[in-house]
Design a binder for this molecule. Structure first.
Ligand SMILES: Nc1ncnc2c1ncn2[C@@H]1O[C@H](COP(=O)(O)OP(=O)(O)OP(=O)(O)O)[C@@H](O)[C@H]1O
Length: 584
């Protein structure tokens, strides 16, 4: 299982009712149409009895025939209308579930995402929600209309002949006992089948996300096996569910056939002893025939609900993952807003309770404006500083304050609006170059975009591309070079006019010319904004106003390059080896 959540929670049907509630009147309308369809069907045996009576009494049958024809037509028209209304409503229920689930997943806390498989979460939005369609129509409506029709039919049958009704109900009760054993098995198999679809989604996401590496490692056969195994497991469990569903359906069908034969035999005997007349027996047999449809509807509703509730449980699991509060409208800082000051005070943090501490009491202050670089060995906790500033995670103890205010007291969307963040691997989303640049500030005007493109030296690239800013960059920006992706990420962050700019190794993939240009840009930005850089290159570090040296989750020194080279042996060593070794 790839989604880690606590097991408790309200039952699945409550979640279903939540999705159905907005469409309840359409559903009631559809159910009424279905009921009317059933009622027209139910009237047919009674009219048939009239017709037979008329025939045996030598009376005209035109009226009864016309009435029967009208009932047949009404039955067809009402049936079609009812099924359209119900199907439409079911699609609306699926739409509602997909909307709420996708909104929820976008708000997931990063901790929840760390513990989940994106492919499995995707399967929950796409495949599991689809199953709600059948649950809404077949289950909810089927149970309602089928149940009501069943009761109405049974009442009418009781009026026609209570003895034959007793015989019929006896057979149905026996079938019900068998169904009680079958139904839970459908639920179990359906749940496993949907879980296997989730596993398949997760495996697909894993492979397609790193197809180049998979190919380069010659790992296709192994990955293929994993995918096939998941597909096979889903098939196996779906076949098992189909087997039990078929058994359930046929048990109901068989019960009805047995009821038919028994009624024919017992009814025949009653006609022979003149307890009932032949018209009554024909009417009752027609009722038994009409009983078949609501019974199958009710059995179908119960079996379908088993599949649906397995999907509902998976949706519910996703909805119990920890999420952030719903974001208000994002308001970016107005041009010229003052840069932000930042302070970490004795911050302790670990990614999970069963993992070691990454920060063991980190303390440093960054005044508004200027550039601060973070250096230190790999795994020292530098990137984690940025993740905490963005509140992707919260510290276990200690305080992180922006402008003197604890991050916990900031409205999350306001906090993030103040920050521009360029991640370590500079992600670019599929879509056009323009989509990517305007991701964080869709309102940026053309003049600003042109200026930022120039600053990040992307103007040359854009003019070379046949479609300019509308060029599609491919999945994860694969049509761009590593350096171009990084510059796009920086341009995107700058377009947000951040009060605090976080650059995580933002220059690591740039060539010397572009790096020098970007260094000037960053220095320029640092005159009006607070810039924090996780640096791997001496060039970035030497120009920083202050350098925070981190080691194993602690700040060991703060100072300028000049100060630290003499004051801190680790820094002196890093400067002498790591930075210089990168080629500067
Ligand atoms: N999402 C996560 N879940 C669990 N552990 C994590 C997570 N992200 C990072 N870590 C661990 O936290 C520690 C610090 O990671 P961090 O990325 O902050 O280091 P860093 O100083 O930026 O390293 P580098 O210079 O190599 O990027 C590492 O040991 C890493 O394995």
């Amino acid at each position: 299982m790839s989604v880690a959540v606590e097991e408790s929670g309200p039952p699945a049907w409550r979640l279903l009712l939540g999705y159905v509630r907005p469409h309840r009147w359409a559903l009631v309308g559809g159910a009424l149409l279905s009921l009317m369809t059933g009622a027209t069907g139910l009237m047919l045996p009674l009219v048939a009895r009239e017709l037979i009576d008329d025939l045996s009494g030598d009376r005209a049958i035109t009226g009864a025939l016309l009435l029967m024809s009208a009932l047949v037509v009404a039955n067809a028209v009402l049936g079609a209308l009812g099924s359209y209304v119900l199907r439409r409503t079911a699609e609306s229920v699926v739409l509602g579930a997909r909307r709420s689930l996708s909104s929820y997943l976008l708000r997931l806390r990063i901790t929840a995402v760390d513990r989940s498989e994106p492919g499995d979460l995707m399967a929950r939005i796409t495949s599991d929600t689809t199953l709600l369609r059948e649950v809404t129509t077949d289950s909810l409506v089927g149970l309602g209309t089928g149940g009501l029709t069943l009761v109405a039919t049974v009442v009418l049958m009781g009026f026609v002949d209570p003895v034959l009704l007793g015989v019929t109900l006896g057979v149905i009760a026996a079938a019900g006992t068998v169904l009680g054993v079958i139904v839970p098995r459908i639920n179990r198999a359906s749940r496993r089948a949907q879980d296997a679809v989730g596993v398949m989604g997760a495996s697909l996401e894993r492979v397609l996300g790193a197809l180049r590496t998979v190919k380069a490692s010659g790992a296709e056969p192994r990955e293929e096996r994993t995918l096939h195994e998941a597909a096979q497991e889903s098939w196996r469990q779906s076949v098992r569910a189909a087997k039990w569903s078929a058994a359930a359906g046929n048990t109901a069908g068989l019960a009805m056939q047995i009821a038919f034969i028994t009624v024919l035999a017992v009814g025949g005997a009653r006609v022979a002893t003149e307890a009932i007349d032949i018209g009554t027996l024909v009417a009752f047999l027609l009722f038994v025939f009409y009983l078949m449809s609501p019974i199958q509807q009710v059995v179908g509703a119960i079996t379908q609900y088993q599949t649906g509730s397995a999907a509902l449980a998976r949706i519910q699991e996703a909805l119990r993952l920890p999420a952030e509060p719903a974001a208000g409208p994002v308001e970016l800082p107005a041009p010229g807003t003052a840069p932000a000051a930042l302070a970490f005070t004795d911050v302790r943090f670990r990614y999970a309770d069963d993992l070691p501490y990454v920060h063991h009491g980190v303390t440093f202050t960054v005044p508004a404006q200027g550039m601060t670089a973070f250096v230190g060995p790999s795994g020292a906790g530098k990137t984690t500083v940025f993740s905490l500033i963005e509140r992707f995670y919260d510290p276990e103890s200690g305080v992180i304050a922006l402008d003197g205010r604890d991050l916990a007291d900031w409205e999350l969307s306001r906090l993030r609006a103040a920050i521009g963040y360029v991640e370590q691997d500079a992600p670019v989303l599929s879509g056009s170059l323009r989509d990517n640049l305007l991701l964080g500030n869709p309102e940026a005007d053309d003049a600003t975009v042109t200026r930022v493109l120039k600053t990040t030296r992307l103007d040359g690239l854009v003019s070379r591309l046949p479609d300019g800013l509308d060029t599609l960059v491919g999945h994860r920006g694969t049509k761009l070079s590593g350096g171009e992706r990084q510059r796009v990420a920086i341009a995107r962050a700058l377009l947000r006019r951040p009060r605090l700019l976080l650059l995580d190794e933002a220059t690591s993939q740039l060539d010397a010319v572009n790096e020098a240009a970007l260094r000037d840009t960053v220095a320029d930005v640092a005159r009006t904004t607070t810039v924090l850089v996780v640096a791997h290159r001496l060039s970035t570090v030497t120009m920083a106003d202050r350098i925070v040296v981190m080691d194993a989750g602690r700040v060991r020194a703060v100072g300028t390059h000049r100060e630290l080279v003499t004051a801190d042996p680790l820094y002196a060593e890093l400067a002498a080896t790591q930075f210089l070794a990168t080629g500067e």
